[in-house]
Design a protein around this ligand. Structure first.
Ligand SMILES: [Zn+2]
Ligand SMILES: [Zn+2]
Length: 327
């Protein structure tokens, strides 16, 4: 039996979103609580047949949000808080665009397929409650500080990206209520394998710092969290290149930290979580003490301000000032 009732004000199978839940995860769980396939659910309630074909956490029609305010007890603000737009002026301060927004992972959607590992997950959080968190779409999310383990960005068994909404595809008529923590492709339980992180590790320190930065909206470097994240991700981006000219930042990281990774030599804007795990905590480490760590690093490898500011990127004043002051 399913619960397709349109006259009732609130959805008959309404369930509230969980703490910091991602909008698409909640809508998927709503379809499950109504015992309807996600595709049919969004078609019926939102009159949308292509709903799951795009990155709905990045882009959603106003009419869908409006409809959600009608069929759930939530306000527009409550719903927007589940959406990645809620990170505007915290993680990024540009418009949230489907193609590329700084700080937000890219799903690389092509029709209903995805080529990127854009959705992350904590295997241990998925054991506690069955839903996906909004912060699992942030490039700055590397580990779960609560569970003290690495986040994953693909199925450890078949390597497919995590795409929970594909779980109920296939068999058109029967709704199967497949648990959200299974791999959509091979049905492997994503909660089984996890890698522990020590509390006194650099990556743990980094994640605590960035989580606080995002919660507070500022950090010790600057009064706006997105201006710190901009520099962090700028350096991450500059650390990988296939250019033969702008190689100083990449070579500095490889030499200074004795790193080997093919991804250093690839030009795509996207990064794997394995690569981010290696580099981002090191950037955090260097920036944490600009006169004693970052500037000596730059001097040692002859890195100039122009190495960071190439591609006409306007870097935040706090970063520019540090360069002028100590270099
Ligand atoms: Zn966790
Ligand atoms: Zn799998």
């Amino acid at each position: 039996m399913s619960f397709l009732i349109i006259n009732s004000k609130v959805l008959p199978g309404y369930i509230p979103p969980e703490k910091e839940e991602l909008l698409s995860s909640w809508i998927f769980r709503l379809s499950q609580s109504h015992k309807i396939k996600p595709f049919s659910f969004t078609k019926f309630y939102f009159k949308e047949t292509a709903f799951w074909n795009r990155d709905v956490d990045k882009f959603i029609y106003g009419t869908v949000i409006e409809q959600l305010t009608k069929i759930t007890p939530l306000s527009k603000n409550d719903i927007l808080n589940l959406h990645l737009i809620s990170y505007k002026d915290i993680v990024f301060n540009t418009p949230l665009v489907a193609s590329y927004t700084r700080g937000i992972t890219n799903l690389g959607i092509y029709h209903r397929k995805r080529k990127n590992n854009g959705l992350l997950a904590c295997p241990k959080c998925l054991r506690k409650k069955y839903y996906y968190k909004k912060s699992w779409r942030l490039l700055t999310s590397l580990i779960c500080t609560e569970c003290k383990c690495h986040l994953i960005d693909h199925c450890p068994n078949c390597k497919a990206p995590i795409i929970f909404q594909r779980l109920d595809i296939g068999d058109k008529s029967n709704h199967r209520n497949i648990p959200i923590y299974l791999c959509w492709l091979c049905n492997f339980d994503l909660r089984i394998e996890f890698e522990v992180v020590a509390e006194n590790s650099l990556i743990y320190d980094y994640q605590k710092y960035i989580n606080e930065c995002i919660t507070n909206g500022f950090c010790i470097h600057t009064q706006y969290s997105f201006l710190y994240i901009q520099v962090l991700l700028n350096i991450l981006g500059k650390s990988k290149t296939n250019s033969s000219k702008w190689i100083r930042i990449r070579n500095a990281f490889i030499s200074e930290f004795n790193l080997i990774d093919e991804e250093f030599f690839c030009k795509s804007l996207d990064t794997s979580i394995q690569f981010r795990r290696k580099i981002i905590p090191l950037i955090y480490f260097l920036l944490n003490d600009i006169p004693e760590r970052f500037v000596p690093f730059c001097k040692k490898y002859s890195l100039r301000y122009s190495d960071f500011a190439k591609d006409n990127e306007r870097l935040p004043f706090w970063f520019y000032k540090s360069f002028r002051e100590y270099y």
